[in-house]
Design a protein around this ligand. Sequence first.
Ligand code: S3P
Length: 435
Amino acid sequence: MTSTFHLAPGGSLRGSLRVPGDKSISHRSIMLGALAEGRTTVKGFLDGEDCLATLAAFQAMGVPIERPEPNTVIIDGVGLHGLSAPSAPLDMGNSGTAMRLLCGVLAGQSFDTELVGDASLTRRPMRRVTAPLTTMGARIDTSEQGTPPLRVHGGQRLHGEHHTLEVASAQVKSAVLLAGLWSEGETCVTEPAPTRDHTERMLAGFGYEVRQDDRTACVTSGGRLSACAVDVPADISSAAFFLVGASIAQGSDMLLQHVGVNPTRTGVIDILRLMGASIEVLDRREIGGEPVADLHVRWAPLRGIAIPEELVPLAIDEFPALFVAAACAEGETRLTGASELRVKESDRIQVMADGLATLGVECEVRPDGIRIQGREMLGAGAIQSHGDHRIAMSFAMAALRATGPIVVHDCANVATSFPGFPERARGAGLAITAA
Ligand code: S3P
């Protein structure tokens, strides 16, 4: 398994590329396909380890799932009451989305389940989902610190509640709405700021009514999901590495094809444009209830900005890449209101600051953000990704503006979201080898 990236400095990114399927949508396609009645076909599915963990979990709960070819999944849904008890704990690997959304599903089942994960996932906070589910009548045990492993007790009678979330989190919103499918009455979630709405859109696509009003989404139990065809767009969070790489490397010109541009996900485009990036959104279309477009990005000089806080939840996974853009921008970039970054696959504020410091970039770390002083060129050095896929890919792109080689350690988890990244990036012009 690939664990170290070696990068020669310089180069540019060119050509056209369709990055792998959207991770959030791929997870949800398995979950809703499994709970639907009938046969769901998913195309463009992300064959990354995170989504494969979700797929394996539903197979372990008795759902027939076939893989006729790469990126295609056929699910024979068992309906809302057709899951069966798995014979072993469900291993969610590195995936917070899989574990948190499954909590919502499992809280409403008749059987007990145990959810486990890798070292990174085992450090991540789970009370944000177990607490609202508990108020609905669920019983879920965590460690004393509120972390995995989780034991979800089945056979509980759930009842709908109106939750007002403190954290802007699509995972929490989704877990609660999914639990609402088995809860008596109406379940509503009001979020403090808009977050990705793929669960709401996909529930509607499977014929389940979701009532939405401003920042509130509600479902009522008693309905059913009907199988459908899901076409997963390319993941804007994976495209983001190329948006940043092409923006910082002189001479770059890339077309990123068929990218999901759901407005709850496009903060990275807005932030890069505020910094002066040249990104055109071409041929907007809607596919399977999700907006899709081609993104044309060309090199452009970037300038530092104060990132508007309302864009933070809309770009939450793209900050490692955006920090590299900030490090190559003229002047200072300031991020505030982003303490959530500290509880992702790694502490993305500290881990990025440490790596940028290795490359000679001056950073000031704050509890909820960072200040980054941009430079003309980045230095060389060895970076620790701490097993965080997005940290690894961000520093790979940093090599485009470095004066010497960059080595990124602990990159195996890139396969969680972007299988084939080194090959695809090399094809676009990045001087990367993986060993
Ligand atoms: C996701 C929601 C976000 C995001 C994660 C995927 C989802 O997490 O960071 O990569 O698919 O719902 P939070 O809900 O913790 O913000």
